[in-house]
Design a protein around this ligand. Structure first.
Ligand code: NAP
Ligand code: MG
Length: 492
């Protein structure tokens, strides 16, 4: 059986989807021939099957990545940069197909998938620019010595990515790792393997050397082969805090590979009385309902100052009810389905918990009556801070809203979490904005905006939201290079 399949998109167009594992620059079948089904979450129907990597396949991928490392990591860095730029160009050339694959497999609206594709190209291009600008330092370490510090790649990196932004998380992972000279064994999420495989085909076309990028599709088990592999030198993981713990344990129990983690969140989005109310409503809406709420930094706890609470709630309800929920291929759609049945069930369970606990559903609170994993945008009011729906990451279009009195109150409420990924602050008072921003324990603070990224701005978590940063200088220099100090005793 072949490792390429012709797939017909909902708009009638067809494209060639690689379904093999991508090892040593080839799409190959798994050693044991095993495959798993990939589903369209809008229709609950199977799209295709892709090959599933077992331990032997991960081993082959690691061998290929090891063999490629010396030339890639210590070869011509300008060439590395050029290849990353070429890949970014190719992604742009294939933007509409990639966006369609993303909508088909993840369920996100085509209009938003197009933005993901552009951001993915931007990220890879940005790190392509870094490739030949990674250099070390010479330090004064006493007379009689010459001491220089090199920044070297780490080696074979394992990367495990989630299903909420399949292509963008692929780009965030491979861009900096490859630019710095590492080679990669990457696992996509079981529910969304398609766009990364397509992008791998583009990498093959632009002439990436064999073994530099390897993709092993599979379930959590495949992830474990990576996290516990004795010759993988680093693991970069994005996903749940629970799985993040497994990743760290596996790294510790195997070869103490380096670990960076981008995990969950329960981010506060704070609206002060002096905010521009309509803009704050827009960013509250975007903060929680963007990408069906499947966003690690979703503004899932809204805090509104008491003087505007009633008006804000009314406006947010009206705004949420205007979001078009439906077919991702319809250009008007803002919110598609949740990405999997498991995720749908998880969200419905949280909604049930909220209702049982006495929280009040202001709007939504149920599944959309149609095929596919659609959930109505949901607002819970009358919540208490100890409720599960306020404490735990729901990862769906469900937000809680709480009234607060003053600055000191809301800082306490905002920080009352085990997470610390992001926060939003809406105010027209710059002094208040900076005061609150400095007090909140989170890796990213958005003021008068939300879910607002740039490839130069590092992103990552305080507390249990993660370890390390992606994007920006930190996302490459700290995450994917290691300093080597060379201390030479001179005979002078
Ligand atoms: P998950 O288990 O953390 O999955 C993330 C990735 O890790 C997937 O590729 C997954 O593979 C893989 N994986 C699972 N178990 C593993 C293990 N023991 N060792 C190594 N890799 C492993 O997340 P999930 O179960 O899909 O979703 C659960 C919750 O995680 C969501 O409700 C949400 O709260 C959170 N989440 C957060 C993010 C984020 O961006 N921070 C993204 C996704 C989910 P499989 O897909 O094959 O299981
Ligand atoms: Mg899983």
């Amino acid at each position: 059986m072949s490792t390429i399949e012709t797939i017909t998109l909902p708009n009638g167009k067809t494209y060639e989807q690689p379904t093999g594992l991508f090892i040593n620059n080839e799409f190959v079948k798994s050693q044991d021939g095993k495959k798993f089904p990939v589903e369209n979450p809008s229709t609950e129907k199977q799209i295709t099957e892709v090959y599933e990597a077992g331990e032997a396949d991960v081993e082959l991928a690691v061998e290929a990545a090891e063999a490629a490392f010396d030339d890639w990591g210590f070869g011509d860095s300008t060439h590395r940069g050029r290849l990353l730029n070429d890949l970014a160009d190719k992604i742009e050339e294939h933007a509409e197909t990639l966006a369609s694959i993303e909508s088909l497999n993840n369920g996100k609206p085509l209009s938003l998938a197009r933005i993901d594709v552009q951001l993915s190209a931007d990220c890879i291009r940005n790190y392509g620019g870094w490739a030949n600008k990674i250099y070390g330092d010479v330090v004064d370490s006493g007379s009689g010595y010459f001491n220089y510090i090199r920044r070297e790649p780490i080696g074979v990196c394992g990367q495990v990515i989630p299903w909420n932004f399949p292509l963008l998380m692929f780009a965030w992972k491979i861009g900096p790792a490859l630019a710095a000279g590492n080679t990669i064994v990457l696992k996509t999420a079981e529910s969304t393997p398609l766009s990364a495989l397509y992008a791998a085909k583009l990498a093959q076309e632009v002439g990436f050397p064999a073994g530099v990028l390897n993709i092993v599709s599979g379930y959590g088990k495949t992830g474990q082969y990576i996290t516990s592999h004795m010759r993988i030198k680093k693991i970069a993981f994005t996903g749940s805090t629970a799985t993040g713990r497994h990743v760290m344990r596996a790294a510790a129990a195997s070869n103490l590979k380096k670990v960076t983690l981008e995990l969950g969140g329960k981010s506060p989005n704070i609206v002060f009385e002096d905010a521009d109310l309509d803009k704050a409503v827009e960013f509250a809406n975007l903060g929680i309902y963007f990408n069906s709420g499947e966003v690690c930094c979703a503004g899932s706890r809204i805090y509104v100052q008491e003087g505007i609470y009633d008006t804000f709630l009314e406006k947010l309800k009206a705004r949420a009810e205007k979001n078009v929920v439906g077919d991702p291929f319809d250009e008007n759609t803002f919110q598609g389905p949740q990405t999997s049945r498991i995720q749908l069930d998880r969200i419905l369970q949280y909604i049930e918990d909220g209702i049982q606990g006495g929280a009040k559903v202001i709007t939504g609170g149920k599944r959309v009556d149609r095929e596919g994993y659609f959930v109505h945008p949901t607002i819970f009011a009358d919540v208490t801070e100890d409720m599960k729906i306020v404490k735990e990451e729901i990862f769906g279009p469900v937000v809680t809203i709480t009234k607060f009195k003053n600055v000191e109150d809301v800082i306490k409420l905002a920080n009352d979490t085990e997470y610390g990924l992001a926060a939003g602050i809406h105010t027209n008072d710059i002094n208040k904005a900076i005061h609150v921003a400095n007090k909140i324990r989170a890796g990213t603070i958005w003021v008068n905006t939300y879910n607002d990224f740039h490839h130069n701005v590092p992103f990552g978590g305080f507390n249990q939201s993660g370890i390390g940063r992606e994007l920006g200088k930190e996302g490459i220099m700290e995450a994917y290079t290691q300093p080597k100090s060379v201390r030479i005793k001179l005979d002078i």
